[in-house]
Write a protein that binds this ligand. Structure first.
Ligand code: C2O
Ligand code: CU
Length: 691
């Protein structure tokens, strides 16, 4: 079991233990409260015995929960801080009181051996059974288990949570005080045992149940309504001026910059021109299966665009789709903001029949890709993507066999079908021995892909297109890509077959061999490639020791809840989903540090548009090999990453999880430069749906 799998399992057990604990303490609390209203001595003894059993079980689950919290804390303080500060005292304090005060008293009552079934309870026994010292600890524990369960599972708390802690603890104290008063009153009254008729009890229970149902459904309806996104949402208005910076007047000052003005200054004809035509297409997979999809220029992946660094590129997008709007986002290219292709942020989505011209200078060498950013998940899944390669100024080496390897899942009726491009079967290609091979591997999917390269040693020469410094020869390593990420692999073609295989699809993959035939048995269980210790160090313009102008922490959690009126499992950033996640606000030229803490149930490939981020550390360990520059940081469960970037590309930028099923339900925010405004809007009353 990997560290991430262990964390995820622990998270599940933690939630379950918290719930079971609450249930048993609630039963024990109810039982303890009714102890004194038993009519017979035997009845009291039996109830006391039952009470001891309930508490015993609760005790076991408490130990279990302490263990899960301990394991989570071993991943880092932030993984368990809220639980340790808020929940643990609410569980341990009353439980201590149970051990010291309740248990001995229950034991004494439980020891009553009463042969006479009808022997009535005398006043002194009744008084002992109603003692607040016996009853209160159990009820206080049940009261404490409620927020401990709620905050653990339904409403994870992210730092700073001092106010939540204080409120919860005060609330618990007040509740315990009320319970004490109630028990005192009960004890004073018990000479006349309150024995209600069955009818009365049924009435009382159903009234309580109805009230609870009304309350819960009221709350559900309210949260559903509140989650509905406004019909028009102004992206530039999504942030407060940061503390310590000139407040107010945002977007109104004389020095505001409009997104539309953030274009390349070069005039004149471009060096390279391309046309991308979005259209509905029947896509035939290598197995013969046919998918009704969408393509650029009728092909999947779309036409490969290769340009040289420094060239001025112009791409005309035409929308010939029957009904969908479209845009093109250049994933991995740090283009001027107005060319970023995000509907509702940097442009209006292009309607059927419409057109948009993108113009930018190719700056960052490497393997990148383009895809529609309108309804991103559906668009990409249906085929609207392609490779964008920026070659060095001298061009690509023609001797190299240069292959684009996009992992892609086709959505069929029977579920997703794993493929490489349109190859849903083993793709065989002929390559002459001695030929240098470069595989540009991309994950277009939402889910991460793990894959292996068998039959040759190889070098990982680029991550997200950015070159690795002095990559060493590797073999027998399992590689992983998060959604949107890229890895370049290079090797010299041997005289025998080489195979790239997705470890969850051992019958598929890409097989290269001198004559196109031959077999390689994939070995899925190889140690994982560690990008933080590969290659050799090199100077970077900034690093872990730099002074950062601003530092942001993004803690990822889950909670069940509503997004845009739909009940779903939410993927939250600092407890919130779009549009309530605060933006990252920056001023030009600042150095920004971001920490990712993943306490959720799944990995998150966090993609920042328009910038390359430098990895500072992963799980507290600084990068020891080549500098790692990424645009999509795949933060696995239980992991902490620190990254930094230079705010050198002014604009309004998306920053989202490239598991597009997550961003679809709100796992997105923005990087906003101060004073940048945009006239575009997203929402149901606009053409723009960026996720
Ligand atoms: Cu490839 Cu905003 O994404
Ligand atoms: Cu995610």
């Amino acid at each position: 079991m990997s560290a991430s799998e262990l964390f995820e399992a622990t998270l599940n057990y933690d939630g379950m233990f918290g719930f079971v604990l609450l249930v048993f303490l609630a039963i024990a609390g109810y039982n303890a409260g009714r102890l004194a209203s038993r009519n017979t001595r035997r009845g009291i003894a039996r109830a006391a015995r039952r009470g001891l059993v309930y508490l015993g079980i609760a005790g076991l689950f408490l130990l279990g929960r302490l263990a899960t919290i301990g394991i989570m804390a071993s991943y880092g303080w932030e993984f368990a801080a809220d639980r340790i500060v808020i929940s643990v005292p609410l569980l341990l304090l009353p439980f201590g009181a149970i051990l010291v005060l309740t248990v001995p008293r229950l034991l004494r009552l439980a020891r009553i051996r009463e042969p006479d079934r009808t022997a009535r309870v005398d006043d002194s026994l009744r008084d002992r059974a109603a003692a607040p010292r016996l009853v209160l600890p159990v009820q206080a524990a049940a009261l404490g288990a409620l927020p401990a369960c709620y905050l653990g599972y339904l409403q994870p708390v992210t730092p700073p949570f001092a106010d939540t802690a204080v409120l919860t603890h005060l609330g618990w104290l007040a509740g315990t005080g009320l319970l004490l008063l109630r028990q005192r009153r009960r004890r004073a009254r018990i000479e006349v045992p309150a024995r209600r008729g069955t009818g009365q009890r049924v009435l009382r229970v159903s009234a309580t149940a109805i009230a609870a149902c009304l309350l819960v459904s009221g709350w559900v309806v309210r949260s559903a309504e509140q989650s509905v996104l406004p019909a028009q949402l102004d992206m530039a208005g999504q942030h407060e001026p940061p503390a310590g910076h000139a407040a107010g007047q945002h977007g109104l000052g004389a020095d505001t910059v409009d997104v539309d003005s953030l274009t390349d200054p070069s005039k004149g004809p471009p060096d390279r021109r391309f046309t991308l035509v979005a259209q509905n297409s029947r896509i035939e997979l290598s197995s013969g299966r046919v998918v009704e999809g969408k393509t650029f220029n009728g092909q999947v992946p779309g036409p490969r665009i290769t340009v040289r660094r420094g060239e001025l590129v112009e791409v005309t997008l035409r929308n010939r789709l029957r009904e969908s709007n479209v845009t093109v986002h250049w994933h991995g290219l740090d283009v001027p903001n107005a060319m970023d292709g995000v509907p509702g942020v940097t442009q209006d989505a292009v309607p059927p029949g419409g057109e948009f011209v993108y113009r930018f200078r190719a700056t960052n060498i490497g393997t990148h890709w383009y895809h529609s950013h309108q309804q991103s998940w559906e668009s990409i899944a249906s085929g609207l993507y392609g490779a964008f390669v920026i070659a060095p100024p001298r061009g690509l080496d023609p001797a190299v066999q240069d292959l684009f390897v996009p992992f892609h899942s086709w959505q069929l009726d029977g579920g997703p079908l794993r493929a490489i491009g349109t190859a849903d079967r083993l793709d065989r290609r002929r390559v002459e021995p001695g030929t240098p091979v470069r595989l540009r591997v991309l994950d277009t999917d939402s889910l991460p892909r793990k894959f292996v390269l068998d039959g040759t040693s190889f070098r990982v020469t680029a991550l997200d297109g950015m070159p690795v410094h002095e990559p060493t020869e590797l073999s027998g390593r399992r590689l992983e890509l998060g959604g949107g990420g890229r890895i370049d692999l290079e090797f010299m073609m041997p005289d025998h077959p080489v195979r790239l295989t997705d470890v969850l699809d051992l019958s598929g993959g890409l097989l290269l061999s001198p004559d196109g035939s031959g077999e390689v048995t994939p070995r899925p269980d190889q140690p994982d490639f560690d990008l933080t210790s590969y290659g050799t160090p090199k100077d970077t313009p900034f690093g872990p020791e730099s002074n950062f102008d601003r530092t942001f922490t993004q803690t990822f959690d889950n909670k069940p809840g509503f997004y845009n009126g739909q009940f779903t499992f939410l993927w939250t950033v600092n407890g919130e989903v779009f549009p309530d996640i605060p933006s990252i606000v920056a001023a030009e030229d600042e150095l920004i540090k971001v920490r990712f803490v993943n306490r959720s149930h799944f990995s998150h490939p966090m993609h920042l548009h328009g910038h390359k981020v430098l990895v500072l550390s992963r799980n507290g360990k600084p990068v020891s090999g080549s500098p790692v520059w990424l645009d999509t940081v795949n933060v696995d469960v239980g992991e902490t990453w620190e990254i930094a970037f230079h705010a050198n590309n002014i604009g309004l930028w998306m920053d989202h999880c490239h598991n597009l099923l997550h961003s679809k339900v709100g796992m997105m925010l923005h990087l906003v430069y101060e004073n940048v405004t945009s006239r575009y809007q997203i929402g149901s009353a606009t053409p723009n749906h960026p996720s």
